[in-house]
Design a protein around this ligand. Sequence first.
Ligand code: 28F
Length: 670
Amino acid sequence: MTKADTTKEKSTQANSSYSASDIEVLEGLDAVRRRPGMYIGGVDQKALHHCVYEIVDNSIDEALAGYCNEIRATINVDGSITVLDDGRGIPVDKVSKTGLSGVETVFTKLHSGGKFGTSLSYKVSGGLHGVGASCVNAVSSKMDVEVYRDGKTYFVQFLGDNTSGKIGQNNEPLKVIGKSDKTGTKVTFWPDPKIFKDQETGKMPVCNREVIAIRLREMAFLNKGLKIVFTDERLQKAEPHYEEMYFYEGGIKSYVEFLNSTKTCLHKEVIYFENTKEDVIVEIAMQYTDTYSDSIFVFANNINNPDGGTHLTGFRNSLTRVINDYGKKGVFKENEENLQGEDVREGLTAIVSVKVRDPQFESQTKVKLLNNEVQTAVMAVLGESLKDWLDRNPKEAKIIVQKGIQARDAREAARKAKNLIRRQSVLESAGGLPGKLADCTSRDAEMCELFIVEGDSAGGSAKQGRERMFQAILPLRGKILNVERARIGKIYDNTEIQALIQAIGLSTIGDDVLRPNIDELDLDKIRYHKIIIMTDADVDGAHIRTLLLTFFFRYARPVIENGYMYIAQPPLYKVEKNKKVIYCYNEHQLELAKAELGEKTNVQRFKGLGEMMPVQLWETTMNPEKRTLKRVSFQDAAEADRIFDILMGDAVGPRREFIEEHAGLAILDV
Ligand code: 28F
């Protein structure tokens, strides 16, 4: 939960009928509704998801404390959400500090993390903002809570428009409504349509099943032995009952197995360590594959930290040290140079999960962990355990060290190749821009757009149709390299990728762009804030789009993270009758257009961008006033990682399955 300064929110109007604590409660929850951005990160679908996670997190806390084995989350037909756990049940007796029952305290008091009166072990700080159950209550029109405890079922309902006119209060006190032979807590909340609004449509957002499923699965991976059942009652036409169960006895070890299930692994068993140091619980699972990039995901108290932090630093430092130490004991040749961090990480899939009492994050969004003791703890655990593992598994150890040696040799070769290419390209194009780029006149990156176009003929149409002032065109010839299956040296060799890097300004001389450490890519020199992939609406176009997205995801991820990456939406059909023209972007629109124009309409199907007139391309796809662009984003790096591997990797089986299942890049939420 955000530490809200309730005193700041206090109303100047005194009301003698409220007790002191009432006022605090009232104004606390009211503050959430006045500034939802501060508490739940907005009013859109993402914020709605945060609310679900927040309630689930309370159950997870109960699991972390060792009392809860099973969580059931359900999206109900009316869009409300129910979460049920089999923990101890929220205490029902009076909390002296608030004068309310434990249940009422949890849901109506805006408190700043940590549970009242209990010295809680390792509290999960929740989703992106960690808002607390009371914040969810504040943005709900209704919330029902059942507690199963002491052989009884307790019930209380909080209402947005209750008789007191106060936000999220209960008309009736907590009461016993029956017996119970189990323990636990059940919460159902109805998100308030007066609060939630999708920015684009202005409508009430709804939960995205896939997004929630990925998160719940991740929670199950991170908490071994915890069973999570997810049900979506909002069925689409002819859809069977949707229910998924996540349960992983191996925890993050199972997570690594899952992430590597489509890859070729260099050793059979996932390496797994668990230990407590410096009061920090450290869990590490890792396995090398024959791929060329690394997939390391770090978590603090079940929260993913995409910007890393002390756990990642500790892991990296220790890994490099331990592998070099082992190498020196026999695998390295005499006087052989040490391996660098990026060498020992090549092909590695790893999860590092720490549980820490007082997690410190760089910002509200918790993307980076700061606790120094975590670095010490992770280094100590990996230092001891990995050394021991390598000593006990000499065959596997040798394979791992040799993978690092290969990576280092390739890196060296790439450095030489790169210098050569740099010299050449500097000679070729004075400004460092690729010859085939038709640049725009403006130098204001914020307003500039780059269209990456497939083929010279489409490139020609785009060049003629564009608004030259702020739109640049880069035609690519044929398919770009599949970076998922190529080492860095080969990537530098690829002229299409060179052109991309130079055109976008990802590279300046002397600056290493294609480093595996993509998080540090500097976007200061970026030349366009909209990079738009414009390919044909066919299978080849889709493939080229995926190749391009793979490149950006693997080697220029900040471009996507900053929201600079877009997909153009060219029309599929032109429907025409008596000079009235309708462009259609899908089959549904085609049906509507045919119905609108009636008999004897002329339907033209566009086979490629190249066959469109420049002015048509401008009108339908490039003109900012009329076009629709889709922004590329990914919700979960681990899942995006896995999907790119399925789409672009070696394993044909899973790829076919995946494409049949998703028929597109579902995760990319384009
Ligand atoms: C569906 C959402 O919220 N589960 C929870 C517990 C258990 C305890 C607890 C929660 C009470 C007064 C703070 C029980 N017994 N699921 C949930 N399960 N909160 S939330 O305690 C919170 C304190 O103020 C619990 C003993 N200690 C703690």
